[in-house]
Design a protein around this ligand. Sequence first.
Ligand code: SAM
Length: 206
Amino acid sequence: MNNDITPEKRQRHLKITKPSPWVARFAPIAQKNTAVLDIAAGGGRHSQVFLNQGHPVTAIDKNTTALSDLPHQENLKIVKFDMETDNSMFAQGSPLFGQTFGVIVVVNYLFRPLFPGLMDALAPGGLFLYETFALGNEAYARPRNPNHLLKSGELLELTSGQMQIVAYEHGIVENGDIPGVKQRLCAVKDMNLSKREDNEPPTHVI
Ligand SMILES: C[S@@+](CC[C@H](N)C(=O)[O-])C[C@H]1O[C@@H](n2cnc3c(N)ncnc32)[C@H](O)[C@@H]1O
């Protein structure tokens, strides 16, 4: 599951159509009908989760051929874009310029320079779902390149102070969609949306 997967590996990956259990678990806490951004969407299995919940979805990937088969196309915007160039997808003249999203979902993809842009593009109250491979995975399978493997606590550090952490896991996943050493985060950008005197942020169903 390297960012630069071979066509054969990509084909194999596209055959996995069930959503990650992490995404399936937390998708229901998204604010209803808010716009969703599926980063490195692949075959769109997570776009599908949110389309089925009635959300408008933007699915971005450098290879979008598998996305045109998804149902609910009327609610799906497909963006073909290479996210690993100097040209940010959020910059003026780029496809997502000026847009914000109520959900951002990233699964099995890591390109660290994207994080500041993703944090900014998440609307207040927005849900951030992230799951990908972590260091230690190289002992079992690809990806093995440390550029594509999270360090212990890294998703927490990257979102620290900006989001309420609803759930976090790091370890060996033996079942689920793709086994491996993984890190998973569910966070909500609602640290400043408290309705309480003590400034505690809202609570969510886990
Ligand atoms: C392992 S797949 C994950 C797909 C999807 N998130 C899922 O969980 O089913 C990684 C995806 O990242 C995309 N990708 C890799 N490098 C990219 C880049 N530079 N820009 C945009 N997409 C990229 C690939 O085309 C592939 O669809």
